[in-house]
Design a binder for this molecule. Structure first.
Ligand SMILES: Cc1cc2nc3c(=O)[nH]c(=O)nc-3n(C[C@H](O)[C@H](O)[C@H](O)COP(=O)(O)O)c2cc1C
Ligand code: SF4
Length: 453
């Protein structure tokens, strides 16, 4: 394990040298043309392999509609030429919103989602790009629900001695609550289809409700204990959506594959050493979901609330992880490799590329060339540099002056309760929000090192 280091590479050769020195398995290829190749998901075409993975802006209206700031984000994403736009976490019930500005899909807001989607597709067309594939991520924030913004209102899958003490009290959802929730996901999928999305993602990651159920070994009843019970909710939702909508909307899943919480509370972990992943159950679940018609998979790890470095390798964050960010990149890309092999025909998105800045395309190309995944997902890069795909496709490279700096300021805004976006690269909008959120608070780690950024 090598010590944490900040990004410091002046050339691809320097990055390659560090990859070799650290002994990490990260493929690099100069065949970046591969990123411009279209691919199919069912009968739909994804025009290129550069994709935007879901990025929540926490800027919806009080009743869950996209605001002008939300629409601005998706116009910028669409204008940037990415082949796939994965719209952010959207609550299926208001009590499951993570904050009072999280998007929420319901009868009253469906028209606003349709308008946002149509606007994004028109902008992509005007910019000369083929229609991107579009996915709406459906969520219930479970333990991290805070719908009123006045404090946590956790609704959990099971008691968890590692996490419960962070909350004054937790409500364990009953089997009846969960069964009712299945129908809310179906209703949300119906509305997403009406709005015109190509696919819905049944989100199962980052410690939210469905992810927590996957490791509910200690829960009693129909949704806990055995593998079949722990995966019942996501499987039932997939079956019910398929029964109701057939091919009117495709099914996608964003699956957390390793949460680094000790067994029997962790998922994707080695039962003896929870710091080590064990992908056997995530692989089994993906095969099951593939059989149920889930065509598109996007994987992630960890939780922004208790081990954010697993989710997003960074230069500066709430704490500095013990590992080098390249080891974090390797862990994310390697998980995609292992799990894509379990469902070889699925459209599979790998993530964790933003830390690599303008060298990311070479790593994305290497992974796609070697079959580790077939879509390269970018999160923070899209906040910082929404036209990254277009620049690669039209100019052959990312512009180093525009890339994400992995400074975690967008996460700091979120934690401070603001509407988020890129502070250094989209400063006219987000510097004032960042500063307002920081008023009266101790400096964030990212402020202390800002002079180096
Ligand atoms: C501000 C912010 C918002 C995010 N919102 C979501 C979200 O709505 N849904 C989700 O699955 N992941 C979300 N993520 C995680 C990203 O999709 C992505 O997995 C992570 O940032 C790592 O990819 P990257 O290295 O390209 O940034 C968010 C991350 C950040 C920093
Ligand atoms: S604030 Fe901008 S540069 Fe910093 S991590 Fe977020 S997207 Fe990247």
């Amino acid at each position: 394990m090598a010590q944490h280091a900040r990004f410091h590479y002046a050339s691809l050769d320097e990055l390659k040298a560090d990859i070799a020195k650290l002994g990490v398995n990260i493929p690099v290829s100069s065949n970046i043309g591969i990123l411009g190749q279209p691919m199919k998901i069912g009968n739909s075409t994804v025009p290129n392999r550069l994709a935007i993975t879901p990025m929540e802006g926490c800027d919806g209206t009080a009743d869950g509609r996209p605001s002008e700031l939300t629409r601005r984000r998706y116009r910028r994403f669409a204008e940037g030429g990415s082949g796939l736009l994965w719209f952010e976490a959207t609550a299926v019930v208001d009590e499951g919103r993570a904050n009072p500005r999280q998007l929420s899909i319901k009868e009253e807001t469906t028209g606003d989602f349709a308008a946002m989607l149509q606007e994004s597709l028109s902008v992509a067309k005007e910019a000369g790009y083929e229609r991107p594939y579009t996915v709406l991520q459906l969520t219930h924030s479970g333990r991290y629900s805070n719908p009123g913004g006045s404090g946590p209102a956790p609704r959990v899958a099971a008691l968890n001695p590692h996490l419960d003490s962070r909350f004054p009290s937790v409500y364990v959802m009953t089997d009846e609550d969960l069964e009712r929730l299945e129908d809310r996901y179906v209703a949300a999928a119906v509305m997403a289809a009406e709005a015109g999305f190509d696919a819905v993602d049944i989100k199962n990651c980052h410690g939210y409700l469905l992810a927590e159920l996957l490791s509910a070994h200690t829960r009693e009843g129909r949704y806990g204990g055995s593998f079949e019970n722990r995966t019942r909710l996501v499987c039932n939702i997939a079956d019910k959506i398929k029964n109701k909508l057939g091919d009117k909307i495709a099914l996608a899943v964003r699956l957390g594959v390793f949460d680094e919480v000790p067994y029997p509370y962790g998922w994707g972990v080695d039962r003896q050493d929870y710091h080590k992943p064990d992908f056997s159950e995530p692989a089994e679940l993906l095969k099951l979901l593939w059989g149920k018609g889930v065509k598109l998979i996007n994987i992630s790890m960890g939780s922004p609330y208790y081990n954010p470095h697993l989710t997003r390798p960074y230069d500066v964050g709430a704490y500095l992880p013990p590992k080098h960010p390249l080891e974090g990149v390797e862990r994310l890309l390697g998980a995609a490799k292992t799990l894509q092999a379990a469902v070889p025909d699925a459209a599979f998105m790998g993530v964790g590329l933003s830390w690599l800045r303008h060298f990311a395309p070479y790593i994305a190309a290497g992974c796609i060339e070697q079959g580790w995944f077939n879509l390269a997902g970018f999160g923070r890069q899209a906040f910082a540099y929404p036209e990254f795909a277009g620049d690669l496709l039209r100019k052959g490279a990312f512009d180093p002056a525009k890339t994400c700096l992995a400074c975690s300021k967008c996460t700091t805004i979120m934690r401070d309760g603001g509407c988020t976006g890129c502070v250094p690269r989209d400063g006219a909008v987000y510097v004032p929000i960042y500063k307002k959120g920081r008023e009266g608070k101790a400096p964030a780690e990212s402020d202390r090192v800002a002079e180096h950024v």
